[in-house]
Design a protein around this ligand. Structure first.
Ligand code: AHR
Length: 521
């Protein structure tokens, strides 16, 4: 049967075809990599993770106990361990967050059956049985080969309690505390790579002013002693969002001396789709307005980092103090039917795009931003992994981090775009293309690209390259995600572009993250 098209139908069909990616001319961008002027080293800890005693982040998500029917090794669930090993997690921050300022470390050592039960007053008021404590944390870090970041309790602890914890963890002296650690099963001291004095001092950590906290920091840091050859990087709790006053007050008020060190200032920024805490937006089932606003909100972090780095460059010109974004990521309304105190949310392609954009920004400021932690690793906020009983799924954010493994400890390579395409929505505009490049430890140069647009591909032109193969994470659906019923719904696919005489023209699909290995340049 032949179908005859009337001229008006032909016109409609032509205009539809022209507006689709097959026939429409994509925006084309030449990308130049300046391999001769390498930038800063991208400290692997930029890709760090945060694990707090919050909801099912640790209990069930990582730790199930030795007697659990869920397959485990000494209490750590095997599926999650395997996934985290494959992610090459460089750094773990523990035990909080807000939880840290009410955590008494002695509750979490010794035989598990005699550890006290306490209330987790920040997160759902649930009973904390302290089964996961200092030894369990360091064992996990050792199993993963990850650096360690311990957050001390300034809010409800004492300088003595903090000093004792540091001594217990780091000393080899024949003291009663060290004997206790040995009796609890750990002979050698651990390496605490980073140690923070308090968390969010402006909020859950004690509602302090920057001046008051700065005085406390001076006092507490004076007693936070460790052996000379086993010293953590000492971190002060800093500001949030657009605030620069915390960095400024701390840098002016903490004068390093023989017994005070401040080598990092922390900063927190969460991406809320609506920008409002009362109704943040949901993790799935959103329309383009919330796709766009989420990316717009997340990109603000660049201004916040820039403003703080400007203050720090003035007050610390020798770059002795790092700017650590030790909590970042998306924060949505909790998924329906889940405990509001557990901060459980699904994780979609939108989260992977958020992760890619943030990673690119951190890479750009890597001289100062040498460590960050996404919040949080398992079952909480923008998680890498979600679990439900014995089931586990890997999220799009997990894959975004996995695709960036070659960037760990790589040398950043400046990237120039011939034009900066924009993504316009409802009269507002954000960049449509984001890029970051680095020469990895294997000698190859990697290029990471994000196309933020919902329905338009972008063409890029590369020259002087050897190859262009890697991984693409994309989907026709903005909220594509992996559920326990469909655990492989969205995963990276292998991507191979043709390279002829060192040149390649590559179409980056709409809403996608692409990481390419360009070979040895
Ligand atoms: O990551 C969840 C919470 O967010 C942390 O406990 C706190 O530091 C921040 O407010």
């Amino acid at each position: 049967m032949k179908v005859k098209l009337r001229p008006s139908s032909l016109l409609l069909l032509t205009s539809v075809l022209l507006s689709t990616s097959i026939f429409a001319k994509n925006q084309s961008v030449d990308i130049a990599l300046d391999t001769h002027s390498p930038g800063s080293t991208l400290n692997k800890d930029i890709y760090g993770q945060f694990m707090e005693h919050l909801g099912r982040g640790i209990y069930e998500g990582i730790w199930v106990g030795e007697d659990s029917p869920i397959p485990n090794k000494a209490g750590y669930r095997l599926d999650v361990l395997k996934a985290l090993k494959e992610l090459k997690v460089p750094l773990l921050r523990w035990p909080g967050g807000c939880f840290a300022d009410e955590y008494h470390w002695r509750d979490g050592i010794g035989p598990r059956e005699s550890r006290p039960k306490t209330v987790n007053s920040n997160w759902g008021g649930v009973i904390e049985d302290n089964a996961f404590g200092t030894h369990e944390f360091f064992t996990l870090a050792e199993m993963l080969g990850a650096d360690t970041y311990v957050n001390g309790n300034l809010g409800t602890g004492t300088p003595q309690e903090m000093a004792d914890w540091l001594h217990y963890m780091t000393s080899d002296a024949p003291t009663t505390l060290v004997e206790q650690r040995k009796a609890n099963g750990r002979d050698k001291p651990w390496k605490v790579d980073y140690f923070a004095i308090g968390n969010e001092a402006w909020g859950c950590g004690g509602n302090m002013t920057p001046e008051f906290y700065t005085s406390l920091y001076n006092q507490w840091a004076s007693f936070a002693k460790t052996p000379q050859d086993n010293r953590p990087i000492m971190i002060a709790s800093g500001g949030t969002d657009d605030s620069t006053v915390w960095a400024e007050t701390l840098l002016k008020g903490v004068k390093p001396s023989w017994n005070i060190r401040m080598e990092g200032i922390s900063h927190h920024y969460y991406t809320l789709p609506t920008g409002k805490w009362d109704v943040k937006g949901s993790s799935t089932g959103f329309a383009e307005d919330l796709w766009f606003s989420t990316l717009q909100q997340t990109l603000k972090i660049e201004d916040f980092i820039q403003a703080n780095v400007a203050v720090m460059d003035k007050l610390d010109p020798d770059n002795k103090v790092g700017f650590y974004v030790d909590e970042w990521g998306t924060w949505y309304d909790v998924d329906e039917g889940t405990n509001p105190g557990f901060l459980y949310q699904q994780n979609t392609l939108r989260d992977a795009i958020v992760a890619g954009l943030n990673i690119h920004i951190f890479n750009r400021y890597a001289e100062r931003v040498t460590m960050t932690n996404i919040a949080q690793m398992v079952n909480v906020l923008q998680a890498m992994i979600l679990t439900d009983g014995e089931k586990m799924v890997l999220t799009p954010t997990y894959y975004a981090f996995k695709m960036h493994i070659p960037f760990q400890d790589a040398q950043s390579v400046p990237v120039k775009l011939s034009v900066e395409p924009s993504y316009q929505f409802n009269g507002q505009s954000i960049p449509a293309l984001s890029a970051s490049a680095a020469k990895a430890l294997d000698g190859d140069t990697y290029l990471s690209l994000v196309n933020t647009k919902v329905d338009e591909p972008i063409t890029i032109n590369l020259s002087d390259i050897k190859q262009a193969s890697g991984w693409l994470l994309s989907s026709p659906n903005m909220d594509a995600h992996n559920s326990f019923d469909k655990p492989h719904n969205i995963e990276p696919t292998a991507f191979n572009a043709k390279v002829k005489k060192g040149k390649s023209e590559i179409v980056i699909p709409a809403k996608s993250l692409l990481v390419l290995n360009l070979g040895k340049l």
